[in-house]
Design a protein around this ligand. Structure first.
Ligand code: DER
Length: 219
């Protein structure tokens, strides 16, 4: 339903890519439009000497299929291109619907610019729609889940523990009434938690699809 908006957002964002850039390559269906467009530009030779840092094995596979060079350890990433599951007016994000939040947050944190591509359904005045993904070590995980619930959430293991992240961990989806950004540190304090899908003070630009056009929101 929102495919046209996802595509419009990706096509606007890709205008910022220049030859020789180091790019963060996000995960998810919106970023897939970006990856396919980038791949065609690289294949055609219009864009050269790109180095990509993929945030998931799936993204790495897609990038490599177009001949985009990928690495997993590099400094000074110029721009990180990724999606989000929900965003608010301050550019705070809920991410992790694709299960890639750990590598997505590391790449975003180490990028000079973070460009987020979304369709219009992802906007909320206050983050509350999308259950907060939390990645946890597969050890005493039921206790870790209970400690998160003590903060006021209803939690479930993604796909009943059948979903395993690229890092070999479980994902817990946590339903809070409102996902206040202050929750990030409270959850991260719990032993066993690897990462929390709140991205606070990281976004620099949001490309929000609007029908077949794109609104650019500077954060
Ligand atoms: O996991 C994530 O944060 C991804 O970016 C993803 O969930 C974004 O959603 P999309 O598939 O609608 O682009």
């Amino acid at each position: 339903m929102f495919e046209e908006e996802k595509r419009a957002a990706a096509m606007e964002a890709i205008k910022h890519v220049k030859s020789g850039m180091k790019l963060g390559l996000g995960t998810g269906s919106t970023t897939r439009y970006f990856l396919d467009a980038l791949g065609e530009l690289v294949k055609s030779g219009k864009i050269t000497d790109i180095i990509g840092v993929p945030t998931s094995k799936k993204t790495e596979e897609i990038a490599n299929s177009y001949g985009i060079k990928t690495v997993n350890n590099i400094n000074n990433i110029d721009i990180d291109f990724d999606g989000a599951d929900e965003f608010d007016p301050d550019g705070n994000l809920i991410k992790g619907g694709g299960g890639a939040l750990v590598r997505e947050k590391i790449v975003a944190y180490n990028s000079k610019n973070v460009f987020i591509m979304v369709d219009s359904s992802k906007f909320s005045e206050k983050l509350h729609k999308f259950p907060l993904p939390v990645e946890v070590i597969p050890f005493m995980e039921d206790q870790t889940l209970s400690h998160i619930e003590e903060l006021g959430a209803k939690c479930t293991f993604r796909d009943n523990k059948k979903f395993i992240s690229d890092n070999g961990n479980y994902i817990i989806d946590c339903r809070f009434d409102y996902t206040d950004t202050g929750l990030e540190q409270k959850i991260k304090m719990i032993p066993g938690v690897v990462e929390v899908g709140i991205f606070h003070n990281i976004t620099t630009k949001i490309f929000k699809g609007n029908g077949n056009t794109c609104e650019i929101i500077d954060i």
